[in-house]
Design a binder for this molecule. Structure first.
Ligand code: C5P
Length: 217
């Protein structure tokens, strides 16, 4: 069976960086499930479809053409790597992600990433729904203020014009939507190692996860 580590948690908890570093460390595959929801949010937006038009949104989820080329992400052949990283794209992603039929449509796609020698899966429901039999499940969190500060730094580095107060409000709004939706809400999976990274560095979190993974490999 493929070895799987799941890293779930809210936006800005550091799970993207930790997941990517873990995948590199082990030489495993990497699934950025949030990117799929971001891509779908963008595709829906570009086609001028409303987020409440469930059947059409699901149809796009089933048919959209997505390619991961190194660090770049293409939607219908168009490079959208930076476009899907904005806060607006994150918010649109969380709107399509609240639709149960959309989550079902993306399930098989996500399962396809589980290939030898192993997979690190980053998201909200990787341990609770998509890969419940994962060898190690981590739930990584941090205070909303700290997460907003991290996002601010990340977005500034990318040259985007952002405001830390607005970011904190948006992060809290997105948390609320992700935690309160009826299907696959953001919760720590049963048996997950819960880590609060508010006052931990990336290296410290990575070492804690590696220690735990080492016990199970
Ligand atoms: O992780 P990221 O910030 O890229 O995710 C964007 C949005 O996609 C999240 O706010 C959440 O609503 C949704 N998502 C999800 N399930 C996942 C990954 C992301 O619902 N496994």
């Amino acid at each position: 069976m493929t070895k799987i580590i799941t890293i779930d948690g809210p936006s800005g908890s550091g799970k993207g960086t930790i997941s990517q570093r873990l995948a590199n460390h082990f030489g495993w595959h990497f699934l950025d499930s949030g990117a799929l929801y971001r891509l779908l949010g963008l595709a829906v937006n570009r086609q001028g479809i409303g987020y409440d038009e469930v059947a059409r949104v699901v149809e796009i989820a089933e048919t959209m053409s997505v390619e991961f080329v190194g660090e770049r992400v293409l939607l219908e052949g168009d490079d959208v790597t930076d476009t899907i990283r904005t806060e607006t794209a994150g918010n649109n992603a969380s709107k399509v992600a609240a639709i149960p039929q959309v989550r079902a449509a993306l399930l098989a796609w996500q399962h396809d990433y589980a290939k030898p020698p192993g997979l690190v899966a980053d998201g909200r429901d990787m341990g609770s729904v998509v890969f419940p039999d994962a060898m190690l499940k981590v739930f990584l969190t941090a205070s909303a203020e700290e997460r907003a500060k991290r996002r601010y730094k990340q977005l500034k580095e990318k040259g985007l014009d952002v405001n830390v107060r607005e970011l904190t409000v948006e992060i809290k709004e997105r948390d609320q939507r992700d935690m309160n939706r009826s299907v696959a809400p953001l919760v720590a999976a049963e048996g997950a190692l819960v880590l609060d990274s508010t006052s931990l560095s990336i290296e410290e979190v990575l070492n804690l996860v590696l220690q735990e993974a080492g016990k199970r490999l």
